[in-house]
Design a binder for this molecule. Structure first.
Ligand code: MIG
Length: 669
């Protein structure tokens, strides 16, 4: 059951798809409204209550103990003292001793969740702006989450090849660079379905342009790649470069598509290309206009895109730069005391994504002028929504791969997300485990982290463990900006890398089937153990194992130099220790704690009792795989039927009856 409460007169976000009546009072609401300047709601937390959700954020699966602020930020430092990353995922579930509920804060602006940080026994939500609150009660965590997902509508579904392995690095420039990478993957026989293009493919970092020197034969290149089963996936940045003669810029100015300053002039922000304008994607005309720009790439054979910098990221504004220069000029040749020195320095270090700048520009929300900070979290959402809706018009039959950095709930219907600029740190591999669970709860099923770490140099062991974990995450992309190359063939034990990617491909019938069923049934593809073992006190607090689809539990190794780990097995399961898809050993494990050895070249998979994992043979790309030639891993003690979902992997029509197949498996002895 869902109850809807309204605080003030909120700006509509289009995040939900159901129309519910408003409650007249708060007598049934678990939150209490406090007297305060900003809208402030509190809810007592029992000593043993857990709080799940809040999507892409730092810390663990259970969010208790810290404050999280939904303010979409270009935040490259995902350290424990951060409160905001790129997303606004305002859904949480309180798992109480005898009662649980979900709470979704449908807000366009900045909102914070103090989950027992200031007061260990209290959840406190403070919002700068008006919002709707949905309280969801249900019979279980799964039920609560499913009701929430029905409220926000069906999750984005990528093409099947989007589940293949992707290679990316902010370093590749010329067509030859890309061909070399792909040739190496083929030479080392490592499966590959996508190669990602970062901003250097553009002409002067202008979105929807090509650097003709680097890519003189772009269409031929894209086609050659596709013939080899490799999709070329370019990046798009939000800011539109100010440059005479650049059609997107000229057209945008002429037709009023950019955000305005207080005087009605097109607002200027500095991003990659230098001075830019921001498309006003909160306006439906502009959304259509921006979505149509993707035609430039789709016409060239492109069928996948990643949207970056759409929080929106602002490196500087003229206003902030002037302040900083003035301060520096005034201090030139002076002896700087503490205040002078730190004051001057602060002017420069606080240039990027400065909250003051988000108050300097305005949107035309279909006739209503709104200052940006009131609707900040709608921006990245609507930029990628514009892209997704554009692609539906431009490619009505075929699905397009799309994922975004900035996001808010609502955007999950048109796109996936990646978790942004993590580091090659073990703590960030661990973080990624927690993020996958909480992001899935918020409806973003298609998600993954930059494998190996985006910043700082990875090493072979970390890369290997990251791949071994990510075998199970929907987005499976190696991306970095580090000095050290991290293409998989650059490591010494390239055989291990190949075997792990092949294992992913072997598991694709299961991964795809489970992902699709989760999308079609509004359930979670990846979940904390708590969702499956709600009455098991141990399982509730497991932070480093996950459920993946209906049959599988995983227990990734996320510690440096570990050659094994403790695993909590919440019921009798079959463990498979894979060295490759055709080299593994199996063991039945009782419920309880087990120390399990896991060599660097090994990955663990646990099958629930009376469950099945359909698999097939790997190939160099999904295009060359036969999804009809199935076998399976199983742990069955009686005849069991697995419902396999499969389709052509590309058409937008999904969920037809003929896409469901039934695999029956009987015990072997
Ligand atoms: O300010 O396009 O998160 O994946 O490689 C950096 C360059 C801009 C940030 C993205 C990252 C991408 C990088 N971008």
């Amino acid at each position: 059951m869902i109850k809807k409460y309204r605080f003030g007169n909120p700006i509509q976000t289009d995040a939900t798809v159901l129309n519910l009546d408003l409650e007249k009072d708060m007598k049934d609401c678990p939150f209490r409204q406090e007297e305060a300047d900003k809208i402030t709601l509190t809810c007592p937390l029992g000593k043993e209550d857990l709080v799940f959700g809040l999507g892409e954020n730092i810390h663990g699966i259970n969010k208790r103990g810290f404050t999280y602020i939904s303010r979409c930020m270009d935040e490259a430092r995902h350290t424990e003292d951060r409160n905001s990353l790129y997303a606004a995922h305002n859904f949480l579930i309180v798992k109480g001793a005898d009662k649980s509920f979900g709470a979704y804060f449908d807000a366009s602006g900045i909102i914070s969740f103090d989950v027992g940080e200031s007061d260990i026994d209290e959840l406190k939500v403070v919002s700068d702006d008006d919002f709707d609150l949905y309280i969801i009660e249900g019979s279980s965590l799964v039920d609560i989450n499913q009701q929430f997902r029905k409220l926000i509508g069906r999750s984005y579904i990528p093409p099947k090849w989007g589940f293949g392995y992707g290679q990316s690095r902010w370093a590749y420039k010329t067509e030859q660079d890309f061909r070399d990478i792909v040739n190496n993957y083929h030479k080392y026989q490592i499966p590959l379905d996508a190669i990602y293009m970062d901003i250097d493919y553009m002409d002067g970092y202008a979105s929807f342009t090509l650097n003709e020197n680097y890519h003189p034969n772009f269409e031929t290149f894209v086609k050659d790649m596709k013939d080899d089963g490799v999709h070329v996936v370019p990046i798009i940045d939000a800011g539109i470069k100010i440059k005479k003669g650049y059609d997107v810029y000229e057209d945008g100015v002429k037709n009023n598509h950019f955000c305005k300053d207080k005087d009605g002039n097109d607002f200027i922000v500095g991003v990659w290309p230098g001075d830019c304008h921001l498309p006003d994607v909160l306006n439906s005309n502009t959304r259509k206009w921006f979505g149509d720009q993707y035609k430039f790439l789709l016409d060239k054979g492109i069928d996948g895109i990643w949207n970056d910098m759409n929080e929106p990221s602002i490196f500087y504004t003229k206003e902030r730069l002037d302040e900083a220069y003035a301060c520096a000029d005034a201090l030139r040749n002076k002896s700087l005391d503490l205040n002078d020195y730190f004051g001057m320095r602060h002017n420069f270090t606080s240039l990027s994504s400065n909250p003051k700048d988000y108050k300097l520009f305005y949107h035309d929300m279909d006739g209503k002028k709104v200052r940006h900070d009131k609707v900040h979290n709608l921006y990245g959402y609507n930029l990628t929504r514009a892209a997704g809706e554009g692609m539906e018009r431009l490619s009505p039959e075929k699905r397009i791969l799309l994922f975004s950095r900035g996001s808010m709930i609502g955007m999950h219907r048109t796109s996936g997300i990646w978790t942004g600029d993590n580091m090659a740190w073990w703590s960030h591999l661990k973080l990624s485990v927690a993020q996958m669970a909480n992001i899935n709860m918020c409806g973003f099923l298609f998600t993954g982290s930059d494998l190996g770490g985006f910043g700082s140099d990875t090493n072979e062991e970390l890369m290997t463990r990251w791949i071994e974990f990510a075998i199970f995450t929907p987005l499976f992309r190696n991306h970095s900006q580090s000095a050290r190359a991290q293409e998989l063939y650059t490591f010494k034990n390239v055989d291990t890398m190949r075997k792990m990617v092949e294992l992913r491909y072997t598991l694709l019938p299961y991964i795809y089937s489970e992902f699709m069923k989760a999308a079609l049934n509004d359930t979670n593809y990846i979940r904390p153990l708590a969702f499956d073992y709600e009455d098991d006190k141990r399982a509730l607090r497991v932070e480093d194992q996950l459920m993946v689809g209906e049959s599988v539990m995983i227990a990734p190794v996320i510690e440096n130099n570990a050659r094994g780990r403790y695993v909590y097995v919440p019921e009798e399961m079959k463990m498979i220790r894979f060295r490759s898809y055709d080299d593994y050993d199996e063991e039945i494990l009782d419920k309880g704690d087990h120390y399990i050895e896991v060599g660097l070249d090994e990955v663990l998979l646990f099958i629930k009792k009376d469950h099945i994992v359909p698999v097939t043979k790997p190939a160099l790309s999904t295009k060359d795989m036969d999804f009809n030639d199935l076998s399976c891993f199983e742990y069955v003690t009686q005849p069991v039927t697995y419902t396999l979902y499969d389709d052509d992997g590309i058409s937008r029509n999904v969920g037809q009856k003929e896409n469901y197949h039934f695999m029956e498996v009987c015990p072997q002895d």
